[in-house]
Design a protein around this ligand. Structure first.
Ligand SMILES: [Fe+2]
Length: 284
């Protein structure tokens, strides 16, 4: 017998019974709920349902408890749009292969350090992916080249990284199926505030999957999947200085953002970072 599953099931049942008693749930409502769950399964939308019920983030928080201590960079959910084997990029890194005339150019830079003593981590791997200025990921958008706005890079000898990109836009998560219909019915929107996803790996440290949110996004306080954490907000600064523009090789004002990642020395039993770093070296 699976005792853990038995205990979890008992608690879920207790809570369901409380809700049924509190709201005096009717047989019609139960039938609708069961029909809804059947439709979610047929549409393969259970991961999306888990996201909008804020379950995915809750599970990530307890799984990566060590990264929620406030000293190291907080973990966050990977989401469904990660792709393995993003191109390995050498400085100066530009993850955007087609910049639209309307796109805001963005340079993101910072340092990867140990959360224990702040020492810089050279050769840490940053794996980055994001939506474009329209809120579309390349693998959902036939107009973008393969692996656009995705890339892997290494920190330099001072633990620093920098990449050129564009400011991503907010986007709506799949709303064409039963989960979207459900959100509409309960008066919730499907918007996610603009963000950039990261995976960080360094031998001897816990790997971290996270995302940084663009400050001032209209949905920053109302993410459809509840993933925003105050420590993960990226502050953008606009630069219109012609000398700086010339130095960066850009012809219009651009944005910069600084963010330092703090990795936690490896927790016993978690060897993820080691595996990732080894893969990266092998694929160079
Ligand atoms: Fe995303």
């Amino acid at each position: 017998m699976n005792e853990r599953l038995n205990a979890i099931t008992s608690r879920v049942m207790e809570h369901l019974h409380d809700v049924i008693a509190e709201f005096k749930v009717t047989e019609d409502e139960l039938r609708s709920a069961l029909d809804f769950l059947t439709a979610v399964g047929k549409s393969e939308e259970y991961p999306l349902l888990s996201d909008v019920l804020l379950v995915s983030v809750a599970v990530d928080n307890v799984t990566h408890w060590a990264e929620q201590d406030g000293n190291s960079t907080a973990s966050n959910v990977e989401g469904p749009l990660y792709r393995d084997e993003a191109p390995i990029l050498i400085a100066p890194v530009n993850i955007c292969s087609v910049e639209g005339a309307e796109d805001d150019i963005l340079f993101v830079s910072g340092q990867v350090v140990s959360s224990e003593d702040g020492s810089p981590l050279a050769n840490a791997v940053l794996d980055v992916w994001q939506a474009n200025g329209e809120g579309d990921y390349e693998n959902e958008d036939p107009n973008q080249p393969d692996y656009n706005l995705r890339g892997r890079m290494l920190t330099d000898e001072n633990g620093r990284y920098e990449f050129r990109s564009v400011v991503p836009a907010a986007y709506e998560i799949g709303k064409g199926g039963p989960v979207g219909e459900f959100l509409k019915t309960i008066g919730r929107h499907a918007w996610r505030p603009a963000h950039i996803h990261f995976k960080l790996a360094q031998e001897g440290f816990n790997s971290v999957t996270t995302m940084l949110f663009i400050e001032d996004d209209p949905y920053i306080d109302d993410d459809a999947i509840g993933a925003v954490k105050s420590s993960l907000i990226l502050q953008l600064e606009k630069c219109a200085d012609p000398d700086e523009m010339a130095k960066r090789g850009v012809e219009r004002p651009f944005y910069t953002a600084e963010y330092d990642f703090k990795l936690r020395p490896e927790t016993t039993g978690e060897a993820r970072s080691k595996e990732n770093s080894t893969d990266f070296v092998a694929s160079k």
